[in-house]
Design a protein around this ligand. Sequence first.
Ligand SMILES: N[C@@H](CCC(=O)N[C@@H](CS)C(=O)NCC(=O)O)C(=O)O
Length: 218
Amino acid sequence: MSKFSKLTLYHYPLSRSARVKWLLHEMYDDDFETRRVALRQGEQFTPEFLAKNPNHGVPVLAVTYADRTEQTITESHAILMWLADQDERFAPPPTDLAARATYLQLMALGGSWMDQMLWNIRLHETLLPKAARNEAFAKFNRDKIENEIAPQLSARLEQRDYICGESFTAADCMTAHNVNWAGAYGLCRTDIFKAYMSRMKARPAFQMAFADAAAFEG
Ligand SMILES: N[C@@H](CCC(=O)N[C@@H](CS)C(=O)NCC(=O)O)C(=O)O
């Protein structure tokens, strides 16, 4: 961790911060700090937390660089990419044009497209007050995952062990987190996805990142 003197992840079990926690464990084992944010108690709306992330969500990665300057980084998609770019085991370099394009495409598909479909399902099936929910919109998002996203991911995973190719990348942290989330809604549950998730769950870093899953409160 020579570029940093400290990394602290603001985290909530099973949430999007688990994607980042997983990659941090892959890269640094246990050599970073985790601060659980009491989302159900509203800690994300305190002035201290809002100063770190005005969008009141986890993950936030607080970085202290070797020269002691500090920075907080938000957005799981950006944090994953920023971390992975520091270690060639987890992301193809920009000079490897074809592999990099595949990797970027899959990161964005997971981080800004599938993620939002899952989020819309959660909002309109569970989180919003009943009067504000839109059943048809929830179904629209379910159908998009089932008919468009799942077949694309599945076709890739039929050909290879990891979402980008023959080795694990940060795009697997994004994809497998989403596949796991989709599974909770009865989506992405075919044998191909189950086999992919078994491979991911066998990784010690995955087990470390999801060890606190039982503490997820609704
Ligand atoms: N686009 C953001 C979304 C972050 C987000 O919504 N996090 C949720 C947990 S999965 C959260 O902390 N929600 C609390 C809130 O919005 O008050 C990311 O990917 O990091």
